[in-house]
Design a protein around this ligand. Structure first.
Ligand code: FMN
Length: 177
């Protein structure tokens, strides 16, 4: 990558923020297609791909009123329900950790970065009722509903802003803890 590409990449990444107010403008189908391809090509432990994603848009948008409790999210033109399938995931032998949720989290994070590049606002919403979401969307009991991602055009423009974050020296350790 040349310097200009690198600069553009970081400029896009720095624009990501959690968007909680959406305009009702629809997202072009080719953008949704690119986001789905991004989910598909994400890395996963032992390449197990233990995931399913339900896209709620158009005639399926009604479900947003049931899935989201915060009003702002209900205006999003699209929501993606991300499910992990623990039965398909890689399990680390030494501590029996199942990587289904890690894999789904990675795929969703990549989709969020891609959505930011597409000029879209996103919010990762964990404050849902997974049992209710499963019932409404006919999701098998064996799945874990990891998150619902609200997607759409933000009411306020996406610009890089200062973040309220811990200082690097508090979170980065060199060589040892
Ligand atoms: C795992 C996870 C769960 C989250 N759940 C919610 C949520 O239920 N509702 C919400 O409004 N924001 C939610 N967020 C967004 C965070 O509040 C947000 O990322 C954080 O405050 C930092 O702000 P920023 O995303 O704008 O940088 C969630 C984020 C993550 C990573």
């Amino acid at each position: 990558m040349d310097e200009l590409e690198i600069e553009r990449f970081y400029s896009i990444v720095s624009r990501r923020k959690s968007v909680r107010e959406f305009s009702k403008k629809d997202i072009a189908p080719e953008k949704i297609e690119r986001l789905m391809r991004t989910l598909q090509r994400a890395q996963s432990a032992a390449n197990r791909q233990p995931w399913h994603f339900i896209i709620l848009q158009g005639e399926y948008r009604e479900a947003l009123n049931e899935v989201f409790t915060k009003e702002g999210f209900k205006d999003a033109p699209v929501a993606v329900v991300a499910c992990a399938d623990p039965a398909r995931a890689w399990v680390r032998k030494v501590d029996n950790i199942n990587f289904a949720r890690v894999d789904v989290t990675i795929a969703v994070t990549e989709m969020i970065t891609a959505a930011t590049a597409e000029g879209l606002g996103t919010c990762w919403v964990a404050a849902i009722d997974p049992a209710r979401v499963k019932a409404i969307l006919n999701i098998p009991d064996s799945m874990d509903v990891v998150a619902v991602i609200a997607l759409g055009y933000a009411k306020a423009p996406l610009v890089a802003e200062e973040k309220n974050r811990k200082p690097l020296k508090e979170i980065i350790h060199h060589g040892r803890w």
